[in-house]
Design a protein around this ligand. Sequence first.
Ligand SMILES: Nc1nc2c(ncn2[C@@H]2O[C@@H]3COP(=O)(O)O[C@H]4[C@@H](O)[C@H](n5cnc6c(=O)[nH]c(N)nc65)O[C@@H]4COP(=O)(O)O[C@H]3[C@H]2O)c(=O)[nH]1
Length: 840
Amino acid sequence: MSSECYPEESGIAAVKPAAEKQGEVAEMSAEVGAIRRGSPMHELHLKEFILDNAREAVYLIGSDRRFVYVNDEACHSLGYAREELLGKTPEDIDPDITPELGRWIRAQLAERGSVTIETRHRRHDGSTFPVEMQGTLFEYQGQMVNVAFVRDITGRRRQKSQLELLEHAVNLTSDGVFLMDENVRFVYVNEAACRSLGFSREELLGKTPPDIDPDITLEACLDMLHAATAEPGRFESRHRAKDGRIFPVELTAVIFEQDSRRFALTMARDITERKRMEDKLAAREREFRTLAENSPDTIARYGRDHRRLYVNPAYAAQVDSSADVLLGKMPTECPVYANAAEYEARIDEVFASGNETEFELKWANRDGQEVCILLRLTPEFGKDGEVASVLAVGRDITELSASRLKIHQMAFYDALTSLPNRALFGDRLRQILAEASWHGQLAGVMMLDLDRFKTVNDTMGHPAGDELLRETASRLSSCVRSYDTVARLGGDEFAILLPEIRSGDDLGRLAAKMLDAINRPFVLGDKEVFVSCSIGITLYPADSTESDDLLKFADSALYSAKRSGRNKFCFYSRQLTESANERLMLESELRRAIERKELELYYQPKVRLEDGALIGSEALLRWKHRQRGVVSPDKFIGIAEDSGLIVEIGEWVLHEACRVACAWNGAGKPLHKVAINLSARQFQTGDLVRTLRGVLEATGCYPEWIELEITESLLLDEESEVLEMLKAFRSLGISIAIDDFGTGYSALSYLARFPIDTLKIDQSFIRNVTTDRYSAELVKAIVTIAHCLEYQVVAEGVETEEQAAFLKTHGCEIAQGYLYGRPMPQQEFECLPLSFNETI
Ligand SMILES: Nc1nc2c(ncn2[C@@H]2O[C@@H]3COP(=O)(O)O[C@H]4[C@@H](O)[C@H](n5cnc6c(=O)[nH]c(N)nc65)O[C@@H]4COP(=O)(O)O[C@H]3[C@H]2O)c(=O)[nH]1
């Protein structure tokens, strides 16, 4: 809108009238006036014809501001009949003419003779449309006449707004837009083009590309314009800004024709930042190459198809190959890695996740040695943000891996047998219990130890002991399934973990199999050795769900197996635990029993069956506990043996028994032998002979006044040492009795080799001797064999006269049992008669 002729706020554009048109219209209007006032008819018709066929609407406005003439176009464009329009005023058809505008138009006409404005006209149906109205005022025959030519500018307005929209859009792009005519002069540039070069639009228009591009000539531009096809071309060049600054640009040019004229449209993008990034990338790539080529670590780059895109010299050297061979190959192709498939899977993983990962790659080198490489796979991202390649950096950790394995082996495996050790067993146990709990499965834990390991170790030496352990480990392992665990906990103690079992019976069967396996002879050096083992078994979850408890329970079951004669297996029961706790308590109290003088010896008479004479006694230990009362030896001797307290207690017993033997023997008195029980543990200290000698000396007891009672198992367990000690006792003049004969191995063969004087038939045979034929026959056989070997026979647990009579009849010399008296204190014993013939 031009502000020179109309107030801006009116919103109506005023346009200067063309001078020629002004003259023509004035003349025509004058003619119209003349016609009305009686000009010749043909002229009148001609002029009316011209006006009615004009493209513009024509209104002739009289001095009273009413239309005195309108042409056809005026009627047509407004939808009125001529009669309807004539007599109307401009305000009737123009909704925008306010009184103020009307005054302004009139003033313009009065002052300048003409006025052009853009306004709106309203049709008969009420719709409006934009128009350009040109009014001219002139005086005709003393009258002021105004003729208005009105043109519908709807199309022009639309075109204009489209152009404005286009311009706005072009200005929004950050790329510079240059439109060049056939002389490659800029005929249009957008704001971005001005901004990037620092020129105003006016400065740029009319310039040519060489004015802003130091790398191009006008001739080249013209050649391009005239030679180029309509296909857009893209190339890089440089632009020079108004201040002389030169910067890189990417140009996209397209040539087109319009109204037979050639134009070139060029879009220019400032690529300073991109170039900087590319330079930076190139520098980084150079840097990477220098580092990679000189790195002692192996470096390889992989594409999405697992094929190598790059390998550094260290890589080629390590696999003893060359880049030519390695490039383009996949890990599964070359070189042959043990876990190449995992390698490729890891590459896929990095491509998919975009995260780096690490793993150990193993392969055999040229010499067949296993090489271990720690590989780190790192994603390399492309411009699109996607992983473009994966970089694999490898470090040789063969030595580290070997020492790590060794440390692991040392920490979790037993060096001698290579079995898992206690720590690993504990770990696996916890893990298996967690799994068993999740899957609702049963599991078994066994504790096993060898019954005669100490003997082998002591008599055949440690190398033989080691061999025995190794062979035991191998036999046990061969008894179990691959997913069971056999561990060596220390010494001759083994533990077995058995997941996924069906029932306790499975464990029983397996334990029996293990007993058999260990019972087979072991060849140690050039000797054949027979060993047995004891096994304790506990069951998850029946016995406990806690790993520590299960170990403890298996241990107490093992103890129980040992107590019940060895070469056996035993299941854990709650009673076992309770008795174990009880044992622990008793053990601590037993330690104080001697100093508190709670121990006492009772004596049970031994009677010669032939004449009923009291010929001796057996010293039997009693513990008079402050709270518990008299504690039976069955309850505490075992504890004393296991804890080692038996050595001290045994010495006290020897002292006490010898002291009493002195009292009951001597001048004028018949011989009274006091039998003293010795436990196997006392033999193991090695000091027993010296101790006994010392006691005899200290008490003044004669060796023939005492007899030592040992069990058969002692003869089996500790063969050579025991034999030596027994010989020493014999040489001192002390007699030896085998206690509880018949309950153990009853292997008579060994008896002959030991210096034994007496066999004591176990009371279990005597109990039924008169009622059970088998017991009777057995007792008779024992008596016969004993006599053959020149041993004396003592029958234990004689409770009835019938039993005594049977024994007497069958040649048993001595009897002991409640029939003659229960074990009793010394004073009470001293009141016994010297012969039982009359009393019984
Ligand atoms: N039912 C029945 N039992 C009879 C009869 N006659 C004797 N007895 C019991 O049979 C056991 C015989 O002792 P033992 O076989 O040497 O078996 C002994 C022995 O092995 C051990 N013991 C006792 N005192 C000592 C000791 O001072 N040192 C060692 N190492 N062991 C001892 O304790 C075991 C048990 O001793 P006690 O309880 O005193 O039990 C004694 C005795 O009281 C009878 O007619 N009927």
